[in-house]
Design a protein around this ligand. Structure first.
Ligand SMILES: NC(=O)c1ccc[n+]([C@@H]2O[C@H](COP(=O)([O-])OP(=O)(O)OC[C@H]3O[C@@H](n4cnc5c(N)ncnc54)[C@H](O)[C@@H]3O)[C@@H](O)[C@H]2O)c1
Length: 378
């Protein structure tokens, strides 16, 4: 079985964060390899970054796309790990050329760009995966299956959150790379905290529950003096079935690292999951609490989740495997499209529809907050 050949846009060079995480996730299963990349904005730096990883380098994504189209380079899909403002143009171009894309979140800068990406992918039904990494955690996938199969009944209320403290002070003034672009409206969009991590909380509330958000009332704050965009993001949402969701995120919670998670309360039971203890899912059905641990051999892991587990219980599967699971979903999709009957059914991970919904959610929250919390339709 030939390894899938992957190209990367962004994510390379000294000081960059998530490109290396994708690099490891791509190679984790020995069935995919990173072969080419346009890894930085500056062409010379992009070539140097590719040389450092031992892959074929391109000065920009346009020349990498041209190489694919002329037959000089063979790629099965590309992954996009640039700041938010540089997702749309390459994603749209590769989708329009029929090349599958695994793109970082938030999907785009605007709702219009997100909708245009849907249009670009539609003619060839080109595969697209949105990199909400945490949805690759098997116990988050298990939670989605428990809701889908009615184990907790009708969803009445949801809490989802993402608390961080790294932007509690003016870190961007130091020029720190990740802080600088996330707080810059030109590179991040209309919301910093909401777009960056509020969308993770949004996905936890919607993707796990299978519900949409109908309308929101929001309060966004910018606590650090001089900061233009929000560093604190609070939403009360009316869900598509009438349930209520509290969806919130913050970057000013000093001491909090990646406190992402959710609680879902149904008519028959409740679910609780914490990203920082991702191997465990809590299910409450009444007097006795049930704790489910990750483990490839455990009988309670649904068949839809089993292909995404790698090691027996008691060993750790965490952040890198979670992102690798999104690459697995892309891989299973491509192998099945090519007629490989041995490839497992891909899990229903976030894609274009969830990306558009996330952009509409952020836009509605920003508008609602400007209108002092007025209820705003998505
Ligand atoms: N899913 C997650 O859990 C998660 C975690 C971290 C970051 N992210 C996402 O990953 C993306 C990157 O974030 P980061 O923290 O790694 O940022 P970063 O600043 O560390 O890295 C961005 C990289 O993109 C390169 N780049 C910028 N514009 C480019 C262009 N036009 N062409 C080629 N390269 C370009 C930069 O040179 C840099 O190497 C963001 O969209 C962010 O939201 C997701």
């Amino acid at each position: 079985m030939a390894k899938l050949r992957v190209g990367m846009i962004g994510g390379g060079g000294p000081g960059s964060f998530f490109g290396m995480v994708h690099n490891r996730a791509i190679s984790l299963d020995a069935s995919r390899e990173l072969v080419a990349g346009a890894l930085r904005t500056d062409p010379a730096a992009a070539l140097a970054a590719a040389a450092a990883w031992g892959i074929e380098g391109y000065g920009d994504w346009q020349s990498m796309l041209a190489a694919v189209q002329s037959g000089k380079l063979c790629l099965d899909y590309v992954t996009i790990v640039t700041p938010n403002h540089a997702h749309y143009a390459p994603a749209r171009a590769f989708l329009a050329a029929g090349i599958p894309v695994l793109c970082e979140k938030p999907m785009t800068m605007t709702v219009e760009e997100a909708e245009d990406m849907v249009a670009a992918a539609a003619p060839g039904n080109v595969p697209f995966v949105l990199a909400h990494t945490y949805t690759g955690h098997p116990m988050m996938m298990f939670a989605k299956e428990l809701v889908r199969t009615g184990q907790i009944g009708e969803v009445r209320k949801i809490e989802s959150w993402y608390n961080q403290g790294w932007l509690a002070s003016d870190l961007e003034a130091s020029g720190q790379q990740q802080a600088a672009w996330r707080t810059d409206p030109q590179r991040t969009g209309i919301s910093n905290c909401g777009g960056d991590i509020g969308t993770h909380a949004f996905i936890a509330a919607t993707w796990v529950s299978g519900l949409g958000v109908a309308r929101v009332s929001a309060r966004l704050n910018s606590f650090v003096p001089g900061r233009v965009l929000d560093d604190d993001f609070n939403v009360i949402a009316e869900m598509s079935n009438g349930a209520t969701a509290l969806i919130h995120a913050t970057q000013i919670a000093i001491g909090y690292k990646n406190d992402n998670g959710f609680r879902i309360f149904g008519t028959k039971g409740s679910l609780e999951w914490h990203q920082e203890r991702a191997e465990k899912l809590l299910v409450r059905r009444g007097e006795v609490d049930e704790v489910y641990w990750i483990g490839a051999g455990f009988s309670y892991i649904p068949a839809s989740v089993k292909p995404y587990l790698r090691v027996p219980a008691g060993h750790h599967e965490d952040f890198f495997p979670a992102l690798a699971n999104l690459h697995q979903t892309m891989e299973f999709t491509l192998r099945r499209r090519r007629g490989d009957g041995t490839a497992p059914t891909p899990f229903d991970h976030p894609g274009l529809a969830e990306g558009v919904a996330g952009m509409r959610f952020v836009r509605a929250a920003v508008e609602s907050s400007k209108a002092r919390g007025a209820w705003t339709e998505l």
